[in-house]
Ligand binder design. Structure first.
Ligand code: DGP
Length: 113
């Protein structure tokens, strides 16, 4: 745990959030500033600042798998959804605890802004 990290605090329950899914390795909660009818952030309980700090590909794989479980639980799996991982400044990352955005409930346009 990084004591300065807001998402570590959400994972530990120190800061409240609307949790929608959790297991021993990941926590998923509603984004504070939703960009779609369903907008959830999936985070590892362990602190990795960015996706490129996740050295074990198996953890990345399990994160994607868990994001799929969230999509199923929130009933956006059949219509489809989008997973986004922003990385560093040019990627639009603002919170430096790796997170997967799970966006659904509407048609997604391309390219992103
Ligand atoms: P990114 O730009 O990829 O780093 O996304 C960070 C997201 O985190 C952004 O969509 C807003 C969300 N967010 C920031 N602070 C909080 C918080 O305290 N609670 C919740 N639920 N979401 C937050």
């Amino acid at each position: 745990m990084n004591s300065d990290c807001i998402f570590c605090k959400i994972a530990s329950g120190e800061i409240p959030a609307e949790l929608v899914y959790q297991n021993e390795e990941f926590v998923a909660f509603r984004d504070l500033n939703p960009q779609a009818p369903v907008h959830v952030l999936l985070i590892p309980r362990n602190h990795y600042p960015t996706v490129t700090d996740m050295e074990d590909p198996a953890v990345i794989g399990r994160a994607i798998q868990a994001a799929g479980e969230v999509a199923k639980k929130l009933n956006i799996d059949n219509d489809g959804f989008r997973l986004v991982i922003n990385c560093r400044d040019n990627g639009g990352q603002t919170v430096y605890h790796m997170h997967v955005h799970i966006l659904g409930g509407r048609f997604m346009t391309w390219p992103p802004g």
